[in-house]
Design a protein around this ligand. Structure first.
Ligand code: ATP
Ligand code: HMH
Length: 539
């Protein structure tokens, strides 16, 4: 059944936060969104300009108009602004309960905007606390709001003590402790959010009134400044998913997956010049593209000449790239905790892959592509066959790979490349090999951040060895090399050029080949490999 979710919140005319973000989030997660406005906020991605609060009697009329007519499956409460508004919502909820209408209530205790602007009167804090105690099932404060609810905003040892700077682990422990106190006091589940902690991780956790830790999720921090409205969006997502499932931990797991994708795709939006919004409907792009393609329209509805073809490829690969970033293999490769046999097994497959890859690039060098494209890939074929193989030999010893068992993903990827570079138009071939350059260049950047964190954690090593004592430091450094990054940028430019010479059907084949290659890159990292003796240790 489609769940009916009512948001009670303030507005954001730029659509990134407040009620506008709530409606988008509810729709993105398959719910039916409704909204009653508490106050109108003149704001944009730079901050709040002014706030207009209509008479609260009118808010009550809006709420009654909804509840007199529609069965509500969950309520999300956002910005309340004043004590009077909070009391009005409080009274409406009390009347709903008295009338026997029970629905879950998610309260996002909005107090300060991400721009730093205050969104709640000082004297309204008590009214919000009272609302939390009486009616909330889930509270979703950020660290600053948690400190206010906890009454420890300026207290040493409170949750804010190490926010933004300081030790993230210690800060997270303090936040969890404050979350437990607030959960007990309000008899609500509290979603403790680590978005404002320093460091590479953005942990989130659910704590119950009895102090139990119901769930903890350590998602990687998405490198973007576009975080406007993440709190609004997450709390609406939680209301929608809980109405569907009745389970907070499952709701959080699904909501975080969606939100991480929305953050990752936010750079594809061009909304405002400050702290931009997230792309709520990022997962819908593919469906719309498919409908348009069926209708005979051009890719994505945009004219083929508008923007770079590879920008759209990048956007379409957002989900796959996020899945790669979240792979245990990648996370542990970055922090150096990947077991060495697993790394060696991967490299052995990669060595086999590179030999075939070199043949695929040679096929492009022998294709009907323009001369400068053919020379680029002729050089690439040599590089793949030599430099990268040398790197592998450092790790795999003199093992020539004769008795190596080629894994199923390796053969899939190799077959895919050889088929697309030999038998398809050259434009499709260059799109098929692009992920091997571009995704690796991007992942290398992510991994080298892991390497830097590692170096920072063991400074005494970094002065003597260039890569600290990170076990895979030399390997990581090779892909972060400027030469490799340049080759990736050049390959991307050739794909853009290829797209300009291609007809619509070929462009579609290019997109399909690129996305398939991205999936194969993901599967290659994720493959379960036998850590067999066929891979002999380095001599
Ligand atoms: N850069 C990021 N990468 C990944 N997740 C993030 C990032 N920034 C915020 N989040 C996530 O977004 C959610 C909202 O967290 P945050 O603590 O930023 O809330 P907030 O301050 O209430 O948001 P708002 O900016 O809307 O006021 C959390 O799940 C948090 O982990
Ligand atoms: C209306 C509204 N609610 C919440 C926030 C917090 O991001 C905001 N900026 N605006």
């Amino acid at each position: 059944m489609t769940v009916r979710i009512l948001s009670i919140a303030g507005t954001d005319p730029t659509g990134g936060a407040g009620i506008q973000a709530d409606l988008k989030s509810v729709a993105a997660l398959g719910g039916y969104g409704m909204a009653a406005v508490t106050c109108l906020v003149a704001q944009n991605t730079h901050g709040v300009r002014s706030i207009h609060t209509p008479p609260v009697a009118f808010l009550r009329e809006q709420l009654d108009a909804v509840s007199d007519d529609v069965a509500i499956d969950a309520v999300k409460i956002g910005m309340l602004g004043t004590a009077e508004v909070a009391a009005t919502v409080h009274a409406w909820l009390t009347d709903q309960r008295a009338a026997g209408r029970r629905f879950p209530v998610v309260l996002d205790p909005v107090m300060v905007a991400s721009s730093g602007d205050r969104l709640l009167d000082q004297d309204a804090e008590d009214a919000v606390r009272a609302l939390a105690v009486a009616h909330a099932d889930l509270l979703t404060p950020n660290l600053a709001e948690l400190a206010v609810l906890d009454g420890t905003a300026a207290v040493p040892g409170g949750p804010l003590d190490s926010a933004e700077d300081g030790d993230p682990v210690e800060g997270w422990d303090r936040a969890l402790a404050a979350g437990r106190r607030v959960a007990a006091h309000t008899d609500s589940v509290v979603l403790v959010k680590g978005g404002h902690l320093p460091g590479e991780r953005t942990p989130d956790a659910l704590v119950a009134p009895d102090g139990a830790l119901l769930a903890e999720i350590a998602a990687p921090r998405v490198a973007t400044r576009n975080t406007h409205g993440t709190g609004c969006s997450l709390s609406s997502a939680m209301a929608t998913l809980y109405a569907r499932t009745g389970a907070w931990p499952a709701s959080l797991a699904a909501a975080k997956r969606w939100l991480t994708g929305a953050l990752a795709a936010s750079d594809g939006l061009d909304v405002g010049s400050g702290t931009g919004p997230v792309h709520h409907g990022h997962h819908l792009d593919a469906a719309v593209d498919a409908w348009l393609a069926e209708a005979g329209a051009s890719d994505g509805g945009a004219s083929p000449e508008a923007g770079r073809f590879t920008d759209r490829l990048w956007e379409r690969s957002t989900d796959i790239r996020r899945q790669i970033d979240e792979l245990e293999f990648i996370v542990r490769l970055a922090d150096g905790t990947l077991p060495e046999p697993r790394f060696r097994a991967y490299l052995a497959q990669d060595a086999a892959y590179l030999q075939a890859y070199s043949r695929a690039l040679s096929a492009l060098a022998a294709s009907s592509a323009p001369a400068h494209v053919r020379t680029f890939f002729a050089r690439g074929a040599i590089t793949a066959a030599t430099e990268e193989t040398v790197l592998h030999r450092q790790w795999l010893g003199d093992d020539d790979g004769q008795d190596l068992q080629i894994g199923p993903v390796t053969s899939q990827y190799v077959d895919f490349l050889l088929a697309h570079t030999g038998r398809e138009p050259w434009q499709v071939g260059v799109a098929a090999v692009l992920p091997c350059y571009w995704l690796y260049a991007e992942i290398a950047a992510t991994l080298s951040r892991g390497l830097e964190a590692h170096r920072a954690a063991s400074p005494e090593q970094s002065s003597t060895a260039s890569n600290g004592d990170h076990p895979y430091g030399t390997w990581l450094a090779a892909y972060d090399d400027p030469g490799f990054q340049d080759a990736a940028a050049a390959c991307r430019a050739l794909v853009d050029e290829a797209a300009q010479t291609a007809d619509e059907a070929t462009r579609r084949a290019m997109t399909t080949a690129f996305l398939r290659a991205c999936e194969l890159e993901r599967d290659f990292f994720a493959a379960e490999l036998p850590t067999s003796d066929a891979v002999s240790p380095r001599g």
